[in-house]
Design a protein around this ligand. Structure first.
Ligand SMILES: Cc1ncc(COP(=O)(O)O)c(C=O)c1O
Length: 394
């Protein structure tokens, strides 16, 4: 079937959730995606900060192929070899002691919220409230939507889960004011991703740790977007010198294979049997993918590479801001964003797409760059060559 016919057929079958360009992606390799018409795209979206090793990286393809020929699925009620090997490897890299695996970021966050409430019930007199932040993003299930701080979602799908209060990101005073005996946890992203790439300040993160310690409240870091090397260290918390009690991981953790994780300190190993589970927890293919991705990140010190490439992007953007409409350059590692003063960001992203460059416009005035962490300096220069002519001059 030709591409136009394919799109037409699918459009009458797929539930409408988002406007998509009339492009069908066919294959990918490294930083390049190719569509069914044979056009190539330099990918600075990376599957939404997911394809940390690029498209179809050899190590991931091999791990999945080998595992698919050995054991695709056993049952969550049995151990499997990749589950055990990956658990050890992942925990070795973190400050946390226990892990629960699942498939999507939202599910990992649901698990974190449940664990925090279990803690409240067992250790803090039934405390069940969780403080999150305005403009924070934690997922699209009803409970993670309730935890999310998007103003447009306030009245959507009511009644959502109760028990979430919203403070202001980077304003520790606003969080402290919301703490009561009912608070069991504070949950934040170290860099607000969907909210426009806003890094937490060191003072904010340190103050949150102090508030949590003083009030026996758990500190949850949602590192679904920031984890696995994205911000230039394996986990963003390392840059703040502060340890969370619970951390969630997603996106890059499977390099494109659906995988997420909820990790916790030893003393939070408090679920009762049956409280938590899932058909695909510890699924062998996902575990093999996770191991392969993590081994590559470590063997090639990809977090350090991300830090270096992020600096190159930041320096180029700073130079560009002197002559073109670029401002508010921000981010960490390879999670970068900037604002435009004249061109609508969606228009810019569309023009770049026509020229074979994929970039994301999370807000009407903002552009976000989150390429695979394996991006090279040459590819960064090519990205700027395509982008710059579409920017208005000062
Ligand atoms: C910080 C953060 N948390 C949670 C999620 C939800 O992850 P998923 O879409 O895999 O459920 C996202 C996705 O963008 C995210 O960026």
């Amino acid at each position: 079937m030709d591409t136009d016919k394919l799109i037409q057929t699918a459009n009458s079958g797929l539930l409408s959730i988002v406007a998509r360009p009339e492009i069908v992606m066919a294959r990918g390799r490294g930083l390049v995606l190719e569509d069914t018409r044979g056009r190539s795209y330099l990918d600075f979206i990376g599957g939404w900060a997911v394809n940390c090793l690029g498209h179809c990286p050899e190590a991931l393809v091999k791990a999945l192929t080998d595992q698919a020929g050995t054991l695709i699925n056993a049952s969550p009620s049995f151990y499997n070899r990749p589950m055990l090997e990956y658990t050890e490897l992942l925990l070795e890299q973190t400050c946390l002691d226990r892990v629960f695996f699942t498939s999507t970021g939202a599910e990992a966050n649901e698990g974190a919220i449940k664990l925090a409430r279990k803690y409240g019930q067992k250790k803090k007199g039934g405390a069940c409230e969780i403080i999150t932040t305005r403009k924070g993003f934690h997922g699209r299930t009803l409970t993670t939507m309730a935890a999310t701080g998007k103003a447009e979602w306030e009245d959507l799908f009511e009644p959502k889960s109760k028990g979430f209060k919203k403070g202001i990101f980077n304003d520790a005073g606003s969080i402290r004011e919301l703490i009561t005996d009912e608070t069991c946890a504070i949950m934040i992203e170290p860099v607000q991703g969907e909210g426009g790439v806003i890094p937490a300040t060191e003072a904010f993160i340190r103050a949150l740790r102090q508030i949590c310690d003083e009030t026996l409240t758990l500190l949850i870091f949602d590192e679904i977007q920031t984890g696995m090397g994205r911000t230039g260290t394996m986990f963003a918390y390392e840059q703040y010198g502060v340890e969370p009690d619970i951390m969630t991981l997603g996106k890059g953790i499977g390099g494109g294979f659906p995988l997420s994780a909820m990790l916790a300190k030893e003393e939070l190993d408090i679920f009762d049997p049956g409280d938590q589970g899932g058909t695909y927890t510890g699924q062998p293919l996902a575990m093999a993918a996770g191991s392969a991705v993590l081994r590559e990140l470590l063997a090639r010190d990809i977090p350090a590479h991300a830090r270096k490439m992020g600096k190159i992007i930041e320096n180029r953007l700073t130079r560009l801001s002197r002559t073109h409409e670029v401002e508010n350059i921000r981010g960490k590692g390879l999670l970068m964003a900037f604002d435009l003063t004249r061109t609508p960001a969606a228009d810019l992203a569309e023009r770049c797409l026509e020229d074979g460059l994929l970039i994301n416009a999370p807000k009407p005035e903002s552009i976000r760059l989150m390429p695979p962490l394996t991006v090279t300096e040459e590819q960064i220069l090519t990205m700027f060559d395509i982008l710059t002519p579409h920017l208005a001059e000062r």
